[in-house]
Design a protein around this ligand. Structure first.
Ligand code: CP
Ligand code: NVA
Length: 308
């Protein structure tokens, strides 16, 4: 059975733990190496990943390319606008053709139904590089960033401030699978996908909502935010006005637990969802999060290829 990684649930809690453990080991094994050197065991030697981008990206593009290089394989970047997919060739036919040519496909797109269709027709693994619904690879990097700080996931108290977006949906999914808790400070009308919330709660995660930012972060060990307006969303003054009370600034971080860490998937809109004083502080782990996209995705790829 082909292993797709469209959402974290496709792997499940047990595999997610194995992916994180593998990522920790592999990261340690190549500490201080040149970034392009191939891992000693070259586990994806000869394998090729095609990456389709229907939205902008810096981290996802570079981290998957570097992940494949370090694993001994290679990647092809396809900008949707210059492909036949961008001219209307069907997802199904694109899936069939790419499955004959490459060993795995990563796609960043808007509509989650599109990635499901791609996976349906592909006979090689399909990996979600962000949809409007979710961003599972980002959350794997975030979880790796936490476990390498010895922040044990079961029972961890996290707070999210701002928009209830794709990144939050995946974080909530992780909370259910790995048993941690999230207090979400979000303006009315911007809540995350109820299906993710209901499922995580049924699995035992405590997911609570408040419209008071200070209440959301009180005592939290981890404070997370993201852009107030995601790619492809309508923005404007109304959204900014609604989000303003949820900015992560020094007063907000002061209410979190002592030594709490600040996380952001990036790109950041400094002065909107986070102030310079917070993102540039010693509590901020955003650069580790970015680097960990490589390490986490290497192990996601190994899982997709049946190696974990
Ligand atoms: N965090 C993230 O996915 O960044 P990019 O949009 O740069 O890929
Ligand atoms: N929520 C953001 C994440 C960017 C990496 C977006 O979808 O634009």
């Amino acid at each position: 059975m082909t292993r797709h990684f469209l959402n974290l649930r496709d792997a499940g809690g047990h595999a997610l733990a194995a992916i994180l453990s593998d990522a920790l080991d592999r990261k340690a094994a190549r500490a201080s190496w040149p970034k392009g050197r191939i891992d000693t065991d070259a586990p994806l030697n000869g394998r090729v990943l095609a990456m389709i981008f229907e939205k902008n990206s810096t981290r996802t593009r570079v981290s998957f390319d570097m992940a494949m290089r370090q694993l001994g394989g290679s990647a092809i970047i396809m900008e949707s606008g210059s492909t036949q997919l961008g001219r209307g060739e069907s997802i199904a036919d694109t899936a069939r053709v790419l499955s004959r040519m490459v060993d795995a496909i990563m796609i960043r797109t808007s509509d989650h139904a599109k990635i499901e269709e791609l996976a349906h027709y592909a006979s090689v693994p399909v990996i979600n590089g962000l949809t409007d619904e979710s961003h599972p690879c980002q959350i794997m990097a975030d979880l790796l960033t936490l476990v390498e700080r010895d922040l044990a996931l079961p029972g961890l108290e996290m707070a999210w401030l701002g928009d209830g977006n794709n990144v939050l949906n995946s974080l909530i999914e992780a909370a259910g699978l790995l048993k941690f808790n999230i207090r979400v400070g979000v303006p009315a009308g911007y809540e995350p996908d109820a299906r993710f919330v209901d499922k995580a709660r049924a699995e035992g995660a405590r997911i609570t909502f408040t419209q008071d930012a200070l209440e959301a972060v009180a005592g939290a060990q981890v404070v997370v935010t993201d852009t107030w307006v995601s790619m492809g969303q309508a923005g404007g003054d109304v959204v900014i006005k609604a989000m303003e009370p949820f900015q992560v600034n020094e007063s907000v971080m002061a209410k979190a637990a002592a030594g709490a860490v600040f996380m952001h998937c990036l790109p950041a809109h400094r002065g909107e969802e986070v102030t310079n004083a917070v993102i540039d502080s010693a509590q901020s782990v955003v650069w580790d999060e970015a680097e960990n996209r490589i390490h986490a995705q290497k192990s996601v790829l190994r899982w997709a290829f049946g190696q974990l």
